[in-house]
Design a protein around this ligand. Structure first.
Ligand code: HEM
Length: 208
């Protein structure tokens, strides 16, 4: 198991797997199979993958602790960057193909539609995380400060879940399921921190 987790090919494979949603979207676009409302389809698909990748990134640390496999941390940065990547595509779809760069209209939406406001907040929180995801930034900030900053991912994921909950009109089962996953993951992190008397995670996320 350790050998597999340490292999660079596992990372390459995971990278390719993370690209599958994009390839699927590209394939459907190529086949002109994006339903009668392609903008809506792309917005929903990229939104779904953003929240999924955020939660998958958050699962890594508890999984690492439960399985006692510290090497799992090698995949966390890539997964987090894919969450950012799909979030960026999601936002870009809204800015470019939904709103046609109409900044005035977008400004109004951000102020008047709470689900857009919170979605924007969720994405904004991901920006410093993506920027500081390199080993160089861990050194520059110092591991403690870097780790404190990276706890923002919990708030970004929470804002993403609320965004989803607020935008669905009737069937709230999926956003509630994501909310439950968030609560379990957050609960686990808090419980382990309390258990360790507030001791911090000793493994830098960018370790290879
Ligand atoms: C971390 C950031 C974000 C996450 C996790 C996220 C997630 C989601 C999810 C899961 C959906 C629903 C997909 C579905 O129904 O299958 C969605 C829809 C949507 N999101 Fe986001 N989103 C984020 C940020 C944003 C931002 C920044 C904007 C625009 C400012 C935005 C605009 C929209 C719109 C317009 C929809 C479709 C709403 C509708 O169907 O009426 N999202 N998003």
């Amino acid at each position: 198991m350790k050998k597999i987790l340490l292999s660079r090919w596992t990372k390459v494979l995971l990278f390719l797997v993370c690209l599958i949603p994009l390839m699927q979207l590209g394939w459907r676009a190529w086949k002109q199979d994006l339903t009668a409302n392609p903008v809506e389809y792309i917005t929903h698909d990229t939104g779904d993958w953003t929240i999924r990748f955020l939660l998958i990134t958050l699962i890594i640390t508890p999984l690492r602790m439960l399985l006692k496999e510290p090497q799992l941390v090698r995949f966390r940065r890539m997964l987090g960057l894919f969450a950012f990547f799909y979030g960026f595509l999601h936002l870009t779809t809204w800015v470019v193909v939904d709103k046609f760069f109409d900044w005035n209209e977008m400004g109004k939406d951000i102020v008047k539609r709470p689900f857009i406001t919170i979605g924007m907040a969720a994405f904004t929180m991901m920006i410093p995380l993506a920027v500081t995801s390199t080993a160089g930034w861990v050194r520059r900030l110092g591991y403690r400060r870097w780790q404190a900053l990276h706890r923002l991912i919990y708030f970004s994921a929470l804002a993403g879940v609320i965004h989803y909950y607020w935008l669905v009109k009737s069937d709230v089962r999926l956003p509630l399921m994501y909310a439950a996953i968030w609560v379990v993951l957050m609960g686990y992190r808090l419980a382990t921190r309390i258990g360790k008397g507030g001791a911090r995670n000793p493994v830098p996320a960018t370790s290879r």
